[in-house]
Design a binder for this molecule. Structure first.
Ligand SMILES: CC(C)(COP(=O)(O)OP(=O)(O)OC[C@H]1O[C@@H](n2cnc3c(N)ncnc32)[C@H](O)[C@@H]1OP(=O)(O)O)[C@@H](O)C(=O)NCCC(=O)NCCS
Length: 179
């Protein structure tokens, strides 16, 4: 199984694979971001606690080994600033990018830089020829990321894969870039 690099960099934005021992850091970042994440991320609820963060980090180790997901901590100028990842949950030959950014670091291109680095890493993997970004059609900040990276809008469809978050319309826009 080919895997992407454990560290990626794009200008001031760095991504490093979540590591065992990161649960408290993950909990702090998510807790500080919860009001900003909860409209759009179904997992970001008031019940997010240390056990949830520990489970996320531990599952991340198993997912990385299995090649089903490659999740990273985002840092900007060395400061933890969010999370992003590549997910093997679309068709074969494709990976999907997900991202979130701590509200202290939004509006400065962090998500776009992180998704740009992930796009390049994904397309460098043998057998991967396209990358997708899916977001709810009401999530206009998220939409800017694939637009700025030159992705093409390929579909708008009901989101049936996940529970909906409170801000979601339930209809996702799908953006794709091909090698
Ligand atoms: C979506 C998110 C990851 C963007 O992170 P970011 O680092 O601020 O992203 P960038 O700075 O790279 O780009 C954000 C763009 O959205 C724009 N934007 C921000 N809020 C907006 C809004 N309410 N309506 C429209 N555009 C908005 C910004 O102006 C910027 O576009 P521009 O560069 O053309 O001016 C961040 O807002 C976030 O974590 N949101 C909550 C979680 C989430 O929605 N994750 C994505 C799920 S698909």
């Amino acid at each position: 199984m080919d895997t992407p690099p454990e560290h990626l960099r794009n200008g001031d934005v760095e991504l490093r694979r979540w590591q065992a021992g990161d649960a408290e850091l993950c909990l702090r970042l998510v807790s500080e971001s919860i009001d900003h994440l909860s409209p759009w991320m179904p997992w970001a609820t008031s019940g997010y606690d240390l056990a949830t963060a520990e489970d996320f980090v531990q599952r991340g180790v198993a997912d990385w080994t299995a090649g089903t997901a490659f999740n990273y901590l985002i840092l900007t100028a060395g400061q933890p600033a969010g999370g992003a990842g590549l997910h093997a949950r679309i068709d074969p030959g494709g990976l999907e990018i997900g991202y979130w950014v701590h509200p202290a670091h939004t509006g400065r291109g962090v998500a776009t830089a992180a998704a740009g680095a992930l796009t390049e890493a994904a397309l460098a993997l043998p057998g991967i020829n396209h990358v997708e970004i899916h977001h709810d059609e009401l999530n206009l900040a998220s939409e800017r990321v694939p637009v700025k990276l030159g992705y093409t809008h390929v579909d708008t469809r009901p989101e049936t894969r996940f529970d909906h978050a409170p801000g979601d319309s339930g209809v996702s826009k799908v953006w794709r870039i091909t090698r």
